[in-house]
Design a protein around this ligand. Structure first.
Ligand SMILES: NC(=O)c1ccc[n+]([C@@H]2O[C@H](COP(=O)([O-])OP(=O)(O)OC[C@H]3O[C@@H](n4cnc5c(N)ncnc54)[C@H](O)[C@@H]3O)[C@@H](O)[C@H]2O)c1
Length: 334
């Protein structure tokens, strides 16, 4: 059976997902491209030879010729589109963050629990990144013992003008909260957020430094620098009792010239996580075929957004703030 997919949002991420889905994901067909910008949807549909375009996401999701939905529309739209997919009983891969506030996420979880099956996957793509898998496998296989600390670095070249100071936490750091939870197999229980003194008043792309405590005792620190200037760069060190595993971004070539050796950085996240996005889409389609969820669940989406809320609260209070979570419904396992 071929899974017929509607894409909602044909911008940077949506177009990337569409190209990957149509070229590298067996068992799926992209049937509808939907975007508020009809011209953008039409151009992408022509490039990929997709049958239908739409400017009405609700109609695209409800369409009987559609089996599953990818949402790559702006963050503020995710909740209503997830609700539409749940109402139509269709699996949905929704870009992160799941929803703007923890309460929105709780509402989504309640709706999915009421349906009684996991239909929601959140696009926390790092869970599909071979570098993070290797980090976790190496930690487990190399006899490094207990993990003690995880250091994460999340750097972009420059923040767009609409990227307000909260988004370093609600839009960027959510990836880091999620991957720390995944790696350490635990919840984050508190977040203490700091800004360098020269960015005390925030501003577009101002950096943030977050110190988190995990339920199983580890410390996690996360640097987000959206105006790092030099390139898109994600780093990580997992410090264990008997050694440390450091993430190495995929590097296919080095330049050696003039007595120097250098590598290049990508301009944004797409080249860095190209394999993760492909594996995520392949995993999502496989999960629909098999009826077995993969990747980040609605619970994981909620937990990351709850960490972000604690981070924002901490920036305002200047203190460490608890991550408040509801009891985990059995639908999402232990
Ligand atoms: N997983 C990742 O690594 C990653 C990276 C970047 C962005 N994202 C997430 O992906 C999502 C999209 O981000 P982007 O950078 O592609 O944004 P974008 O602005 O490039 O694209 C968003 C698209 O949604 C369309 N849109 C807006 N309102 C709409 C509506 N009512 N109906 C249909 N379409 C509508 C816009 O016209 C635009 O084409 C965001 O939630 C963002 O947080 C994830």
């Amino acid at each position: 059976m071929t899974i017929r997919v509607a894409l909602i949002g044909a911008g940077v991420m949506g177009a990337d997902h569409a190209r990957t889905l149509t070229s590298q994901v067996p068992g799926a067909e992209l049937r509808i491209i939907c975007d508020a910008d009809a011209e953008r949807a039409a151009v992408l549909a022509a490039e990929l030879e997709v049958q239908s375009v739409s400017a009405d996401p609700q109609a695209a999701i409800a369409d009987k010729a559609i089996d599953a939905v990818i949402v790559a529309a702006p963050d503020a739209m995710h909740k209503e589109l997830i609700f539409a997919a749940l109402a139509a009983a269709k699996p949905i891969l929704c870009e992160k963050p799941m929803a703007p506030t923890p309460q929105d996420c709780v509402d989504i979880i309640a709706a999915e629990v009421k349906r009684g099956e996991q239909l929601i996957q959140i696009g926390y793509n790092r869970r599909f990144d071979p570098a993070y898998w290797e980090m976790r496998d190496t930690w487990k296989a190399a006899g490094l013992g207990e993990a003690i600390m995880f250091h994460g670095f999340h750097r972009n070249v420059s923040a767009p003008p609409w990227f307000d100071s909260n988004m370093a936490v609600t839009n960027s750091a959510v990836h880091d909260f999620d991957i720390a939870r995944w790696l350490l197999e635990t919840e984050i229980v508190s977040v203490h957020a700091f800004r360098p003194a020269m960015f005390a008043n925030g501003g577009i792309g101002s950096p943030v430094f977050l110190v988190c405590q995990a339920a199983s005792g580890q410390l996690v620190n996360i640097e987000v620098s959206n105006n790092a200037a030099y390139g898109y760069d994600v780093r990580g060190d997992l410090v264990c009792r008997n050694g440390t595993v450091s993430l190495r971004p995929p590097v296919n070539s080095e330049l050696c010239t003039n007595l120097q050796n250098s590598i290049s950085y990508p301009a944004d996240w797409r080249p860095r996580f190209v394999n993760a996005y492909r594996l995520q889409l392949q995993g999502w389609i496989r999960s629909i075929h098999k009826g077995k969820p993969e990747g980040a669940s609605a619970w994981d989406g909620y937990a990351a957004s709850a960490c972000a809320a604690a981070g924002l609260k901490s920036l305002a209070s200047g203190q460490a703030e608890k991550v408040e979570l509801i009891a985990k419904p059995s639908l999402y396992g232990k």
